[in-house]
Unconditional design. Structure first.
Lengths: 588, 408
């Protein structure tokens, strides 16, 4: 017994000595000193917490600020999406032009791009200063059409349209400017923090304090809010330090160690905050509807997180030798386009995404359940959310077993069917037991728990399959063409935009507009929640169909990998014969 | 066949022993059985045609999407459905400049060519051969422009939720020949005034104009006169039912109910509020009173003398309290549940109590006329009692059974 005890004590002592010895300098063959592990825990934790805090702010209908204060009509968000859609294609083309020129543009081309972005910004600013709608016949079909949009009028439409120009030009120009200035010094992941963090903090405070939500005219409120949130979105605060940890060491084992322990531990800060924040909200007089949540709680939390992030950002290093992103060889635009269109499996995923759009515009069911059915707030709300989030963790640990035991096709069909069945049970419970809050709510919580439990393995499988689809693309085209995968979005975007209107238009019919409090009315809540869930359920059933055509199994993946290895072998051999460099070649 | 072999055939296990013998000159063209052939370093057939098709398909997809989306999003100002004996008014979308609305005949907007002022470049044209007989629920949902609605003589059925969240609505006027509805100084009632249907959200603005107040007063500036003229409402003595959502979002500090009132429907007195300052609002309802006088028709409060005997809280005759009937009225001071009440809906008094600086405020005790045993025989919904923060959780306020009604 005492021998065992001695062993444990020795192990602990050795561990402590190891940490002490390599606190400042890493062990031989390793690159990360233990001091940096501590920095990762705090830095990534603060960065992750900051990004999660920002999830409370957004220009979408279920954001509490929009829900309780701005009270913007639900369909207005669809109208804004529609107005912004054509410009999205134009900005994507400009960005491709930038990429074709390898990111770091030659002076002349850089000036051209700045000029285009500058023009976009000028046009955007001019739409905000002047009312272009006045240039049109106010009795004409065009203006009367714009006036008929929910929550909008012609003036607001033009200003919203211009705001997107301003935003796109501003973001584009900033990207080129700051990348060039900061990327060489801070690396490709952290640089954005240094130029964005201060304006982001200012904007977070302004979002809470500017009384834009008091503008009485709804159309004016819409475009001013859109402008405010667009400005807020110009400055990013992504989870970039965690991205750095993926490249923290050239030693694969050390990298996995960092990802497995310090990074996982760092998320605990957010888990704690996810319990504390709602508890604080519960103490406010008007709870989630209390504007002090956005004036004090969110800005202070974010600023503290941002300060810790910036304090530790410099200490977390990228250590993988790699060429700059800008030097990455680009494939010709049209070859890339036509190449990805040949990938059957990308096509199947696209069709699944299209069917999934049936559920677009649905209100967040869990939010409605917690706030309008159960009237949860404070700690009980935190605990129930934490409980349901936790449901996915144990199966996640068993992911390797499930991925080995079942095919991707089986897992994804199970996933879609489990969503369909879960949603169907919720719909039946809400429809038949709507008045019995305790019973109906309990059934819904159990189903949500079950659905969360059955989500993590398919999610992991989906990530894994994404990598395999890229391997297959490499087999097909000789390149992974990852960025060109977005081309499918060009085709699906217009369709999903239209399909995504079905539910919002339906919700409007049952009284859901800018005032979420209609959800306190049992009869409306039932229609507003249940019927979109039924539509979504049908979508989940339909989504199983494309997966029936999925035939990319492990056998095919192995064969693809063999082909890729053989290509590497042959090309490396040829390069050696020709006396050329083989740097970057990997034969597996 | 072993299990491993079976799985290998199904393709569910990774095999390490696959080895392909691909000649060096076929590495870019070698096709795996069951997968498409690689297409590397060779030109596409009909390259330009494919590019053209791609661009055309994108343009058509975007154009069709925008066209159909606009069609779906575009709203007619007035939408109707033909029903037996007339038309049902189903949807109203404000042009942005319509402040008065007549619900009598099927109407349309006619634009005046050449007039470039959006506020005056249209007129409402009515088709008097098509009378409106019904108004659908949520027809004017969340309109923020309409101030006055006039209901015509032929209207037989107005869903109480038709005018939900009409934030600027000050008045509802009813044609005196309408056999089903009437108004009392801008508030909608059924014809025999047994049910109050809609107290417009911004009725206080109408009252301010009527009684000569220039602007809305903030909480700390409210005078007793202002409270009496603008923020006090006397429900006529004929009324036996407060309809669904009838008073929601009204700016009232006191409501006088007749003793004959039997029903308070769902969300009837939901979230009454007044302006706290230029930044926001605060709950306004302080008290509910019941009066005994029989022939009270005037809804303007002058003094309690005109109302006969007056007592605090809900009427003795009350039988039904709907769900969320009095929710979110944190300034409500006192509630007494009379002994005739048989049914209390869920969350009937939700969020009428809160904690500030350690002190409980609002409805801190629920007074119930009947004993605890008798109360258990009632139909009571979940969480009908207000709750307050207690050690990071919520706790119901205490119930005082067999209570005596408090003196005013």
């Amino acid at each position: 017994m005492s021998e065992k005890m001695d062993k444990v004590v020795d192990t602990v002592k050795n561990f402590a000595t190891e940490i002490k010895t390599h606190w400042n300098t890493p062990a031989e063959g390793k690159y990360v000193p233990y001091k940096e592990y501590k920095d990762v825990v705090i830095g990534v934790g603060a960065n992750y917490t900051g990004t999660k805090t920002l999830e409370y702010i957004g220009f979408f209908s279920s954001c509490f600020l929009i829900m309780h204060h701005y009270k913007l009509p639900y369909l207005t968000f669809s109208v804004i999406g529609l107005l912004n859609m054509p410009l999205g294609y134009i900005t994507a083309l400009i960005w491709w032009y930038v990429c074709d020129n390898l990111g770091f543009l030659p002076k002349k081309q850089e000036r051209k791009v700045y000029f285009v972005y500058g023009l976009m910004m000028l046009f955007g600013i001019s739409t905000i200063l002047f009312d272009y709608s006045r240039l049109f016949d106010q009795s004409g079909a065009f203006i009367t059409m714009l006036n008929s949009f929910e929550g909008m009028n012609a003036t607001a439409c033009f200003k919203t349209f211009g705001t997107h120009f301003l935003y796109s030009g501003w973001v584009g120009a900033r990207n080129i400017f700051w990348r060039k200035k900061l990327l060489p010094k801070y690396g490709r992941y952290k640089y954005s923090l240094y130029c964005d963090v201060i304006p982001k903090c200012v904007m977070v405070f302004l979002i809470g304090w500017l009384p834009v939500y008091n503008i009485p005219d709804v159309a004016t409120r819409v475009w001013v809010a859109n402008l405010l949130f667009a400005t807020y979105n110009v400055f990013g605060f992504g989870n970039v330090l965690e991205e750095c940890t993926k490249r923290i060491s050239p030693n694969l084992q050390e990298r996995i160690l960092v990802r497995s322990y310090p990074v996982k531990i760092s998320h605990i800060f957010n888990s704690i905050l996810a319990i504390i924040l709602p508890a604080i909200v519960g103490m406010l007089r008007h709870e989630w509807a209390d504007i002090n949540f956005y004036r004090f709680v969110i800005p202070i939390t974010f600023t503290i997180s941002a300060a810790f992030t910036m304090f530790l950002a410099g200490r977390i290093k990228e250590r993988i030798p790699q060429p700059p992103i800008e030097k990455k060889v680009q494939i010709k635009f049209w070859d890339g386009m036509l190449g990805v269109l040949k990938n059957k499996y990308l096509l199947i995923n696209t069709i699944v995404g299209l069917i999934d759009a049936l559920g677009n515009g649905m209100l967040p069911f869990a939010t409605i359940l917690y706030f309008y059915t159960f009237r949860l707030s404070g700690l009980p709300y935190s605990l129930i959310v934490a409980l349901i989030s936790f449901a996915g963790t144990p199966p996640d640990l068993l992911s390797p077993y499930f991925l080995k035991r079942f095919s991707y096709k089986q897992i994804m069909i199970f996933y879609q069917l489990s969503r369909a069945i879960g949603n169907a049970i919720i719909a039946v419970a809400m429809w038949t037991l709507g008045d019995n809050l305790a019973l109906c709510g309990t059934i819904c919580i159990i189903v949500l728990f079950f659905m969360e439990m059955t989500k993590t393995v398919p999610t992991t499988a989906g990530h894994d399959m994404g990598v395999r689809i890229n391997d297959y693309q490499m087999y097909l085209s000789g390149e992974r063409l990852e960025s060109f995968g977005g081309i499918f979005g060009w085709f699906t975007g217009p369709i999903t935009t239209f399909i995504g209107l079905i539910i919002p238009i339906f919700l409007l019919k049952y009284g859901f507009n800018s005032n979420w409090e209609i959800l306190f009315f049992d009869g409306s809540r039932r229609n507003i929640v249940v019927i979109p869930i039924i539509v979504d359920t049908i979508g989940f059933f339909l989504m199983t169909i494309p997966y029936l055509f999925w035939d990319y199994d492990n056998k095919k993946q192995n064969l693809v990998m063999e082909v890729l290895k053989r290509r590497a072998e042959v090309t490396e051999k040829k390069a050696e014969e020709e006396g050329k460099s083989t740097a970057g070649s990997y034969k597996g | 066949m072993s299990k491993k072999e079976k799985n290998a055939n199904k393709g569910t296990v990774l095999q390490d022993d696959i080895k392909l013998d691909i000649p060096e000159d076929e590495i870019w063209t070698y096709q795996i059985e069951g997968l498409a052939a690689p297409h590397i370093n060779k030109p596409y057939k009909y390259y330009n045609l494919k590019k053209a098709i791609f661009v055309i398909v994108i343009i058509i997809a975007v154009s069709l999407s925008i066209y159909f989306s606009i069609l779906a999003l575009q709203n007619e100002t007035f939408e109707y459905e033909q029903v037996d004996g007339g038309y049902k008014f189903t949807k109203f979308s404000n042009t942005g400049y319509l402040y008065e609305l007549d619900i009598d005949y099927v109407s349309d907007i006619e634009y005046i060519p050449g007039n470039n002022n959006p506020a005056t470049n249209f007129k409402v044209v009515k088709d008097e051969s098509k009378p409106i007989t019904a108004v659908r629920q949520f027809t004017l949902n969340c309109d923020d422009k309409i101030k006055t609605i006039t209901i015509g003589a032929h209207v037989e059925n107005v869903d109480p939720k038709a005018f939900y969240s009409c934030w600027a609505l000050q008045n509802i006027e009813v044609d005196e020949n309408n056999p089903n509805y009437c108004d009392v100084d801008g508030v909608l009632y059924n014809k025999d005034k047994t049910e109050i249907l809609c107290y417009p959200c911004d009725h206080d603005e109408y009252l301010r104009q009527k009684y000569g107040y220039e602007a809305e007063l903030y909480t700390n500036d409210i005078t007793p006169e202002y409270e009496r003229d603008i923020q006090t409402y006397v429900v006529p003595s004929t009324v036996t039912k407060l309809g669904e959502m009838c008073f929601n979002y009204a700016n009232l500090r006191a409501i006088y109910l007749p003793e004959g009132l039997k029903t308070v429907e769902t969300l009837a007195v939901f979230k009454l509020h007044e302006k706290l300052d230029q930044w926001g609002t605060t709950p306004s309802l302080h008290n509910i009173f019941t009066y005994k006088a029989k022939d009270v028709a005037d809804t303007h409060f002058t003094s309690e003398d005109a109302l006969g005997e007056v007592y605090l809280s809900l009427p003795e005759g009350l039988e039904f309290i709907g769900s969320d009937a009095f929710s979110f009225n944190q300034n409500l001071q006192y509630v007494f549940i009379p002994e005739n009440v048989k049914d209390i809906g869920h969350h009937a008094f939700w969020d009428t109590c809160y904690k500030e600086g350690g002190d409980l405020k609002g409805v801190t005790v629920m007074n119930v006329a009947v004993s605890e045993e008798k109360f258990e025989e009632l139909t009571v919904g979940d969480n009908w009692l207000p709750q307050y923060d207690y050690l990071l959780f919520k706790k119901n306020i205490d119930v005082n059974y067999s209570a005596e009604r408090s003196e005013k």
